[in-house]
Write a protein that binds this ligand. Structure first.
Ligand SMILES: [Zn+2]
Length: 384
């Protein structure tokens, strides 16, 4: 960029089209590449090709425009401030896939070793004791220790998908009392859309009906397995009037799928306009950090690996969205478990982050959308 003294600015790079390309998800919409879960793969992205997944380049482009506007107008543009005047925000979320399956893998391993005694002990524990993953209160309390509040996405489908992919290991209607207790204690609740709901309107509509609407609470969404079909999902989420979605991150790598570290209204190609709902991009998921098909970071490598990304979000006053499944609050997980979660939370707190939930974020972006923060439309309204 070249600045001229006479209240003019000339920007040589075609910033606007670069911004639009990344923010709209153009590469996903026009690509036929999908992985075994039907997702646009990180390996096919420009972020992977040019190695900038952890750099929010759209924010850098906007910064160039901001400098130009400040030069031309002679007025400094004030940066966004979060609660209590804090410079950046963090959104702590939990997808609830499993509540009762902690015992299964060790029991299966005991069977394979033909260690009948160990198997019998584990099976007996399973019959008589609470499962280690039945821990929603502990999850909420752990998060609250940092002055943060949890957002739980519940999966109202317990049957497997047609292709055998598992959904929940629990039945949502049977845990409604625990959900109500979480809400009373200050948690936010959202819908975790089961396999198929990201591409089929009737299925998504049915799922909405299964999650009771809590006044100004259940208005957000994240799809199971981060399922997102760029040619269909934005339209569905918009038509069913969710206030926000928080699915858009790459499962394979932490960082910025749309190269932007703030919530934004996704572009709907079929309509040539932006959606009403807010996308709150997902930056880091527990499974990404240690998984056979994703990264295999050692516990002590996790925070150093994430730090440059966290610094970028802080620099631009963005939102850091963290997904930590309840099953990874099990102390038996020493790879991407409670210790690694706490290390991230300590970093966030020590860097003076504002802990917010989806409703807080919607409220701060209120001026962008056509109406108030809406909840999903419901065929029937139930309460606990
Ligand atoms: Zn899930």
């Amino acid at each position: 960029m070249e600045l001229l003294p006479e209240k003019q600015a000339i920007i040589h790079a075609d910033l606007i089209s670069a911004v639009f390309y990344l923010l709209s998800g153009w590469q996903e919409f026009y690509s036929d590449e999908r992985d075994q879960h039907g997702r646009f793969p990180y390996a096919a992205s420009v972020q992977h090709q040019y190695g900038f997944v952890a750099v929010p380049v759209v924010n850098y482009y906007f910064d160039v425009l901001k400098t130009a506007i400040e030069h031309v107008s002679g007025q400094p543009l004030r940066p966004r401030r979060w609660a209590d005047g804090r410079a950046w925000a963090a959104f702590i979320t939990h997808d609830i896939d499993n509540l009762y399956s902690a015992w299964k893998a060790p029991a299966k391993a005991a069977l394979q070793r033909r260690d009948w005694l160990d198997f019998a002990r584990r099976y007996w524990q399973h019959l008589t004791q609470k499962d280690a993953w039945d821990n929603l209160t502990e999850v909420q309390q752990t998060v609250a220790e940092y002055g943060a509040k949890s957002t739980f996405f519940f999966l109202p489908e317990h049957r497997k998908a047609a292709n055998g992919t598992p959904n929940a290991d629990y039945q949502y209607h049977r845990i409604s009392k625990s959900v109500a207790a979480l809400v009373t204690a200050g948690a936010e609740v959202g819908l975790h859309g089961s396999i198929g709901t990201s591409a089929h309107e009737a299925q998504l509509q049915r799922a909405i009906g299964q999650i009771p609407r809590l006044a100004h609470n259940a208005q957000g969404l994240r799809f199971h397995y981060l399922n997102w079909e760029p040619r269909i999902t934005p339209l569905l989420v918009d038509e069913l009037t969710f206030a926000y979605d928080s699915t858009l991150g790459f499962a394979e790598h932490f960082g910025f799928r749309n190269s932007y570290c703030l919530p934004f209204q996704p572009f709907i190609f079929q309509r040539g306009e932006v959606a009403d709902f807010l996308e709150i991009p997902l930056n880091v998921m527990d499974a990404t950090l240690h998984h056979p098909r994703y990264l295999q970071l050692a516990p002590e490598e996790i925070l150093p690996a994430l730090t440059p990304m966290l610094q970028e979000i802080e620099r631009f006053g963005g939102v850091c969205t963290v997904l930590w499944h309840n099953e990874n609050f099990d102390p038996a997980n020493t790879r991407n478990g409670p210790r690694e979660f706490r290390a991230i939370m300590e970093y966030l707190r020590s860097h003076n982050v504002a802990f917010v939930n989806g409703s807080d974020i919607c409220r701060s972006f209120h001026h962008l959308s056509s109406g108030a923060c809406k909840g999903p439309s419901q065929p029937e309204t139930k309460s606990f």
